[in-house]
Design a protein around this ligand. Structure first.
Ligand code: 5GP
Length: 197
């Protein structure tokens, strides 16, 4: 697989990322609360460089924090963004595909749905998300795409925490997964963040 990392994103994580208890990396100042739109645009361009040769018809992400990155990427791909919705109660009307996803940051299980109107067999989908940890969110999104009979063309992640194993498991299943920054190790005490090369 081609070696890919985005230097400017790594530098920003190094400068502004905060290492919290429980292996959580906070990037609220530029990605998850306040958003640096110029950086997001660069990330969108990078995803297009990596996946632009594929016949992508739709970008799929999950609410809420994936949406901004997915929208930035979609401007380059010129395709719609669909964001899977987290719902409290499962919708049994048959109009939606649904899966259960265990949230890493909130430690609870959500029913996540996508309307059948917005995902079909004809779709070639690029999945985009902000973080990849144990891979539960991605596994859920892949299952939604497969339930629709659509094709997973690739997966683009902003920040992968490589030491939590989700990314390697998904690559081992044969999916084309690219992360713009892969954190290999982080130290809660010193705040140091080390990247994979
Ligand atoms: P996974 O399902 O791969 O275990 O976790 C991925 C999801 O959890 C992402 O959609 C992201 O919202 C959230 N997440 C996991 N780890 C982190 C983290 O260290 N920082 C932040 N901000 N979100 C995370």
């Amino acid at each position: 697989m081609e070696d890919c990392y985005m230097e400017r994103l790594e530098q920003r994580i190094q400068k502004d990322g905060l290492v919290k208890a429980g292996n959580v990396l906070k990037v609220d100042s530029f990605l998850n609360h306040q958003v640096d739109v110029a950086l997001l645009e660069e990330m969108g361009a990078e995803f297009h460089r990596l996946f632009g040769h594929k016949p992508i018809t739709k970008i799929l992400t999950i609410e809420a924090s994936g949406i901004a990155i997915a929208v930035a990427a979609a401007r380059y791909f010129q395709v719609p963004v669909v964001f899977a919705k987290k719902s409290q109660s499962i919708n049994l009307d048959g109009e939606s595909y649904s899966v259960k996803i265990e949230s890493f940051t909130h430690q609870r299980v959500y029913d996540v749905i996508v309307s059948k109107k917005y995902l079909s067999q004809a779709d070639h989908v690029l999945i985009i998300d902000d973080f990849l940890a144990r891979g539960k969110a991605l596994e859920g999104l892949i299952a939604l795409i497969q339930a629709a009979g659509a094709t997973v063309e690739g997966i683009g992640i902003a920040v992968e925490k490589g030491f939590q194993g989700g990314g390697d498991a998904i690559r081992a299943r044969g999916f084309h997964l690219e992360s713009l920054a892969i954190v290999e190790r982080m130290d809660e005490k010193t705040g140091q963040i080390y990247f994979r090369r």
